[in-house]
Design a protein around this ligand. Structure first.
Ligand code: PMP
Length: 400
């Protein structure tokens, strides 16, 4: 008999599904505003030149073998990744309280993070409403439960900080709160430095556990240090916390699956025990991580000349995104599309949360071959100087 007859066809992933629909579309006007991957002004993927350069060095270096990495990955990578997010002179790092493991990009870091918490800190999790959809599924996989805190005010398309503060203040003391370190996905709305400080006060008072997801360091402002502000603030205030770090966007290493998991502990002794247990989480999951991306990132992070080349490319990339925000807003204003489109330029990072309704999104998709998420999120990276006019005209048709 058919052993799997009862298996139902699952819906495509809402984000990766848009990429497939875009690929299958034969229209010459089609636009891919779904998936969050950088594109140049010709809509082409952009592998960083510095990555290409380092890759050819690695390929030609025959002293590099194909042995397994340790369970927690390449040691030099872990140190470099730690310094990038916490800074070179972080007291917590110097005190040996921060444990770091290479991870299968940001998603893998989140996965081992929640598995670790489910085993050793089984509390309710709070996530922003909305958040990156995969957060919900990753938390559920670990067996933990999540609640939502307010984050977005659809009325004025802005951050609902008071709602956020109130909802988090009502969480059970000790709860885990998932925060986007910068460039919140999907809203593009971040807290100000003052709001982060007020939030830290609340976390202290209610003994809340901060879990920072950092997938866009360098993509929000173009400045790696400014984009790590929230994490460094909470670490300096003495919190025990988790950071999940991805190099998918800021080095363009999407398919190399390179990221890191960091846990800041109360002291060195506890840190050593936690690392030993983290290895027991990882070993049955995937044994040990792949080496290629870790080698690339390590070279870029530790060689000053390569680091500078990376900085230049990163600022070029983040600048193009900011330019496209201005271009889209100006087009919408020029075409006199009803509504206030200021949020397009004030939002931060790779995405814009347009405020378009699901029905308006359907018009863009079905009539104009413009692929975006049904919640109105567009990736700014798919917009170019050549197609921004087409997009603005299509939005006008959908809105009017
Ligand atoms: N967190 C957030 C908020 C993200 O937007 C993403 C990427 N879309 C990730 C984590 C993880 O991405 P990756 O696994 O490719 O590093």
């Amino acid at each position: 008999g058919n052993l799997f007859e009862q298996v139902q066809l699952a819906p495509p992933d809402p984000i990766l599904g848009t990429a497939l629909a875009y690929k299958a579309d034969t229209s010459k006007d089609k636009m891919n505003l779904g998936v969050g991957a950088y594109r140049d002004d010709n809509e082409k993927p952009y592998p960083f030149k510095v990555v290409r350069k380092v890759e050819s060095q690695i390929v030609n270096d025959h002293s590099i073998d194909k042995e397994y990495l340790p369970i927690d990955g390449l040691a030099q990578f872990n140190t470099a990744a730690q310094q990038l997010i916490f800074s070179k002179d972080s007291a917590a790092v110097k005190e040996g309280r921060v444990i770091t493991s290479q991870a299968i990009s940001g998603t893998g870091a989140l996965r081992i993070g929640f598995e670790f918490l489910a085993k050793f800190y089984n509390r309710e999790v709070l996530v922003s409403n909305p958040t990156w959809g995969n957060h919900h599924d990753i938390i559920k996989c670990s067996g933990l439960n999540f609640k939502q805190y307010r984050y977005y005010n659809p009325k004025n398309m802005s951050l609902d900080f008071n709602g956020m503060f109130t909802d988090i203040s009502m969480a059970k003391p000790g709860s885990i709160v998932l925060l986007h370190a910068c460039a919140h996905n999907p809203t593009g709305l971040d807290l100000t430095e003052d709001q982060w400080k007020r939030l830290a006060g609340l976390f202290k008072q209610n003994r809340l556990f901060p879990f920072f997801d950092s997938a866009y360091q360098g993509f929000a402002t173009g400045d790696l240090n400014r984009d790590a502000y929230s994490i460094r603030l909470f670490t300096e205030l003495g919190f025990q916390l988790i950071v999940t770090q991805s190099f998918a966007k800021n080095m363009g290493l999407y398919s190399d699956r390179i990221g890191a998991f960091h846990l800041v502990c109360a002291n060195k002794e506890t840190a050593a025990k936690c690392l030993s247990q983290l290895k027991l989480v990882i070993r049955p999951m995937y044994s040990n991580p792949p080496a290629h991306g870790a080698r690339i990132a390590t070279k870029i992070l530790t060689d000053p000349a390569l680091y500078n080349e990376w900085m230049e490319e990163l600022s070029m990339v983040s600048k193009r995104i900011i330019d496209m925000r201005t271009a889209l807003k100006n087009e919408l204003v020029r075409l006199e599309v009803p509504g206030n489109w200021n949020h397009i330029v004030t939002q931060i990072g790779m995405f814009s949360y347009t405020g378009l309704t699901p029905e308006q999104c359907d018009i863009l998709i079905n009539k104009y071959h413009i692929y975006l998420l049904k919640n109105g999120r567009i990736s700014m990276c798919g917009i170019t100087t050549k197609n921004v006019g087409y997009l603005a005209a299509a939005i006008k048709d959908a809105v009017v």
